[in-house]
Design a protein around this ligand. Structure first.
Ligand SMILES: Cc1cc2nc3c(=O)[nH]c(=O)nc-3n(C[C@H](O)[C@H](O)[C@H](O)COP(=O)(O)OP(=O)(O)OC[C@H]3O[C@@H](n4cnc5c(N)ncnc54)[C@H](O)[C@@H]3O)c2cc1C
Length: 325
C-alpha cells in the first residue's frame, strides 16, 4: 500500500475533520457562557463535552450566590443554561477530547469519536476536586462540601471541620472562622509549628490525622479519625531500639461536627492545553481578555489561573472569551 508522507497525512486529517470558527472544549457554565456570546456574534461555534452540560454545577445541591437567583439547585441551573444553548442553536458535540495541536493557524482537536478544526479554541475544561476517597459522597449536601466559599453560609455559628493536606485547607479554615463558632483543621501532615504559632481562638489545627469515615444517620454528625503522635513514636523508637517503621502511637477519636469541608486541592487536566503557559499549580495563565500564550487559544472558568473560582466568575470569563475569540 502506498505510504503517505507527513504533509499528506495532515492534509487528510484536515479534509475529514469537522470545521468551525470557534470550538469550546468543555460544556460547564464557563464554556456555555462563551458559546452564548460567540453564537450571538453569528460565529459557527460548537461545544465539545465529554459528559453532561453544566459540569460541576450538576453536583451542587444548593446555590445561593449566583446573582439574580436567591436559591437554586445545581441541576436546575444547569438545565436553564442548556435551554439557552439549545434556543440559540449552538452545536453540542459529545466527545472526549484526547489531544490537540495548536501549532497551526487552524487549530486541530482530536476526540475519541472524531477530529475537529477551528480558527479559535476556548479551553473550558474546569477542574476536578481531590477527593478524600472515603464515604464523603454519601454526605454531599448533608454536611460534606468541596467548597468553603460556596457553602460556609449554611453553617453559620456552628462547629465545623476542614480536611487538609500539608496546609491546603488553612486559607479556607481562616475564612470559615469569620462565620463558624469553631473550625478544626484535620491535617494529614505535621502542622505542629503552625498550630503552636496560631493565635486565632476559633481555630484548632490537629496534625497527622487520617480521616477514617464520615458519621451520621442522615446528615453529618461527626468524623471518625485516627491521629498519630509522632513525638511519642520517636521517644518509643529511641527507648525500644526498634525500627521506627515498627512503632506506632495512634489515638482513635470521633470529632463531632456539622460540616466537613474537604480542601485537599483542585487539579486541572492538561490534556487539551497544547503547550499554553501554565502557573506553578498547572492552571492556564491568561491576560484579562482570556488570551493564553498561544495565538487564537483562550481559557475560561476554573481551568484558568485566578483567585475566585465560582459560577459567576466562570460566566464572566466565558462572556469575554466568546466576544474575543
Ligand atoms: C460541590 C461544589 C459546590 C460548589 N458550590 C458553588 C456555589 O454555591 N456557588 C458558586 O458560584 N460556585 C460553586 N462551586 C464552584 C463552581 O461549580 C465552579 O466554579 C464552576 O462550575 C466552574 O465552571 P467551569 O465551566 O469552569 O468548569 P466545570 O464545571 O468543571 O466544567 C468543565 C466541563 O468540561 C468538561 N471536560 C473536561 N475535560 C474534557 C475533555 N477532555 N473533553 C471534553 N469535555 C471535557 C467536563 O466534563 C465539564 O463538563 C461549587 C463547586 C463544587 C464542586
Amino acid at each position: 500500500m502506498e505510504k503517505k508522507n507527513k504533509f499528506e497525512k495532515e492534509n487528510a486529517v484536515e479534509q475529514s475533520a469537522k470545521k468551525f470558527d470557534i470550538l469550546i472544549i468543555g460544556g460547564g457554565v464557563a464554556g456555555m457562557s462563551a458559546a452564548i456570546y460567540a453564537k450571538r456574534r453569528r460565529k459557527n461555534v460548537a461545544i465539545l463535552e465529554r459528559m453532561a452540560l453544566g459540569g460541576q454545577v450538576n453536583e451542587i445541591p444548593k446555590i445561593e450566590n449566583f446573582p439574580s437567583v436567591s436559591s437554586i439547585d445545581g441541576q436546575s441551573l444547569a438545565q436553564q443554561f442548556s435551554k439557552q444553548i439549545e434556543y440559540l442553536g449552538v452545536d453540542v458535540i459529545y466527545d472526549d477530547i484526547q489531544r490537540v495541536d495548536y501549532d497551526h493557524p487552524e487549530k486541530r482537536i482530536f476526540g475519541k469519536n472524531a477530529e475537529y478544526v477551528a480558527k479559535s479554541v476556548i479551553i473550558a475544561t474546569g477542574v476536578s476536586y481531590v477527593e478524600l476517597g472515603k464515604n464523603e459522597k454519601d454526605f454531599l449536601g448533608k454536611g460534606a462540601s468541596f467548597c468553603a466559599v460556596c457553602d460556609a453560609n449554611f453553617f453559620k455559628g456552628v462547629e465545623v471541620c476542614v480536611a487538609s493536606k500539608n496546609g491546603s485547607g488553612l486559607k479556607d479554615a481562616l475564612f470559615l472562622t469569620e462565620l463558624c463558632s469553631k473550625v478544626t483543621v484535620l491535617d494529614s501532615e505535621d502542622m505542629v509549628a503552625y498550630a503552636q504559632a496560631n493565635k486565632n481562638k476559633k481555630l484548632e489545627v490537629i496534625s497527622n490525622v487520617n480521616i477514617e469515615q464520615l458519621l451520621g444517620e442522615d446528615i453529618l454528625s461527626g468524623v471518625q479519625v485516627s491521629i498519630r503522635d509522632k513525638k511519642k513514636e520517636s521517644q518509643m523508637t529511641a527507648e525500644s531500639g526498634k525500627n521506627k517503621e515498627m512503632v506506632f502511637s495512634v489515638e482513635y477519636r470521633v470529632v463531632p461536627t456539622s460540616a466537613l469541608f474537604i480542601e485537599l486541592g483542585k487539579k486541572p487536566d492538561g490534556k487539551v492545553f497544547g503547550g499554553v503557559k501554565v502557573d506553578e499549580k498547572g492552571f492556564v495563565v491568561t491576560d484579562e481578555n482570556m488570551r493564553t500564550s498561544i495565538d487564537g487559544v483562550f481559557a475560561v472558568g476554573d481551568v484558568r489561573s485566578k483567585m475566585l473560582k465560582q459560577i459567576v466568575t466562570a460566566c464572566s470569563d466565558g462572556a469575554i472569551a466568546g466576544q474575543q475569540a
